[in-house]
Design a protein around this ligand. Structure first.
Ligand code: HEC
Length: 192
């Protein structure tokens, strides 16, 4: 069984909320609002949005039950090999890997992507337009296949252009980490 720190639990809670739809755990922790960045487009605003919307909860690999910030936003670790969707006990739908970056469910297995500015394995060569299209349309790289759960693009796509530009600007400002995230394992459609 995995044991989570309180911070890890809170982050996992946010992530699981999307997967499960609802969850009735009360985490005994109070949180305070972050300092408000100025409106408009800025790295500072991007950091604020990324923090409050928990991109790290899924895109930063966990270590000891919390995101390992030395690997901030670098996605599912290449070394953590997952080759198939696990067989789950009756009554269960989804499973999450130890690092909190591999997600198995009816869609197959999705792996959180590398959002650092590494040019080979991250978003270093992406344009701002690609990023906005990926989040607004739920498509890989902006125009590719449909993004799989649990990426909450339907919610983030409701952010303003300035907010999405700020998030992209922040991602471009963080340390580049080379990590080749594996391709998703896409489940065949259910039989009719
Ligand atoms: C609940 C978990 C979860 C959260 C929270 C989350 N993501 Fe994701 N994200 C994923 C997964 C899983 C994928 C890969 C989906 C796939 O392969 O289809 C993904 C994919 C993406 C992609 C597409 C990358 C590509 O190659 O096209 C972008 C961009 C992205 N996320 C940005 C963000 C941002 C920005 C945030 C925070 C505002 C965020 N994500 C929060 C799980 C999450």
């Amino acid at each position: 069984m995995r044991v989570y720190s309180r911070q890890g639990l809170a982050l996992l809670f946010g992530a699981t909320l999307f997967v499960a739809g609802s969850l009735s755990i009360v985490v005994a922790q109070s949180v305070r609002p972050l300092p408000q960045p100025p409106p408009g487009v800025s790295v500072e605003r991007g950091k604020y949005l990324v923090t409050a919307q928990d991109c790290n909860g899924c895109h930063t690999p966990f270590k000891n039950g919390a995101p390992d910030m030395t690997r901030m936003l670098s996605g599912h670790p290449a070394a953590e090999r997952i080759t198939a969707r696990p067989t789950l006990p009756a009554g269960w739908t989804t499973a999450i890997s130890d690092s909190n970056t591999g997600w198995a469910g009816p869609w197959g297995v999705s792996f959180t992507t590398n959002l650092t500015p590494d040019r080979g394995t991250g978003i270093g060569t992406w344009t701002e337009a690609m990023f906005i299209a990926a989040i607004r349309n739920g498509k890989k790289g902006g125009t590719g296949r449909a993004l799989l759960p649990p990426m909450p693009w339907m919610m983030y796509g409701q952010l303003s252009d300035d907010d999405l530009k700020s998030i992209f600007m922040y991602f471009k400002s963080i340390p580049a980490i080379a990590n080749q995230v594996p391709n998703a394992i896409i489940a065949p459609p259910p039989p009719r």
